[in-house]
Design a protein around this ligand. Structure first.
Ligand code: XIL
Length: 302
């Protein structure tokens, strides 16, 4: 195959990227994105601060710009994200308790309803576990509304858009031996056992020196899949360069393809110059839009 999207489709998978609205006027960027990718995530434009800047006043213009670009170009959409401790609008940052719980659920309902029928998968809840060895929930205003805030968000999302797959999404849940991975695993297992709606786990998979690609990554993907959920690699980027980076991309793809319920991979940006890791070169295209070694190893492995 000639493109990442076509190659992934040969095994029934998608290959996606994050898209930033402010770059849609860059024709080099849109040419690459349109050619290579079959799944689109809005890098920031569907987050809480973008979609509900004032309480009860929703603004979908930036999210819709990305959604329209994706759907007009025949791509699928991942929704990112409905409930998160970060990138909350100021009014929400200042809320606590039952009022916050109600505001969060209203946000989930309104945003999922707006995009109903257009979203392949929603990151319903993002980054709810703490780093480190405890496996505890991350402290946040949402967590302080009660431990059941995650399942409440998933139930609200299911009610609003029954056709979307509902994912729990996090970083540092790649290494099977890490407590945070086990905590996410136990959440999914508990939801499946109790019938709380959940369809997928999103592994962000931002790999760098502090959180390198783990040799047991395939075990992690397979273990989540064995709980009866799809596994999606949702924000892949790999710090480094040259052959070593290319080899790591290859291993990530090989691991996903070895797990039948690993249904797609999304990289977190198009060119290195588009990456949120501004000092790194973690993506598949260089700043001039040229295919990197990592691009060719990824395409070859798909
Ligand atoms: C990042 C975006 O890439 C940046 O543009 C923004 O300034 C901060 O957020 N985990 C996530 C993503 O789930 O939403 C984050 O995206 C990267 C880490």
């Amino acid at each position: 195959s000639d493109t990442l999207g076509e190659a992934a489709a040969e095994s029934g998978r998608y290959f996606g990227t994050a898209i930033a609205g402010q770059r849609l006027s860059d024709s080099q960027y849109t040419t690459i994105a349109n050619r290579e990718f079959t799944m689109i995530t809005a890098e920031n434009e569907m987050k809480l601060d973008a979609t509900e800047p004032n309480q009860g006043q929703f603004n979908f213009s930036r999210g819709d710009q990305i959604a329209n670009w994706a759907l007009q170009n025949g791509k699928q959409l991942r929704g990112h994200t409905l409930a998160w401790h970060s990138q909350q609008p100021g009014w929400m940052q200042n809320m606590e308790g039952p009022a916050l719980r109600q505001a969060m659920l209203n946000h989930v309902t309104q945003v999922a309803t707006h995009y109903r029928g257009k979203i392949h998968s929603w990151d319903v809840v993002n980054e709810a576990f703490a780093d480190g060895g405890t496996g505890a929930r991350r402290d946040s205003n949402l967590q302080r509304t009660g431990n059941d805030w995650i399942e409440a968000a998933f139930r609200a999302a299911r009610a609003a858009d029954p056709g979307a797959k509902l994912c729990y999404n996090d970083y540092n849940i790649d290494n099977w031996s890490w407590a945070k991975t086990q905590a996410a695993y136990n959440l999914v297992r508990d939801f499946k056992q109790r019938g709380v709606p959940i369809d997928c786990i999103g592994l962000q998979s931002h790999f760098n020196s502090g959180s390198p690609y783990p040799n047991n990554y395939r075990t992690t993907l397979q273990s989540f899949a064995d709980l009866g959920v799809d596994v999606q690699i949702t924000e892949l980027d790999i710090e480094g360069s040259g052959q070593q980076q290319a080899d790591t991309y290859r291993r990530v793809v090989e691991d996903c393809l070895a797990v039948s319920r690993c249904t797609g991979i999304t990289v977190w940006g198009v060119r290195d110059s588009d990456s949120w890791r501004s000092q790194g070169t973690p993506l598949l295209f260089d700043g001039n839009g040229n295919k990197k070694q990592a691009y060719y190893s990824t395409l070859d492995a798909l």
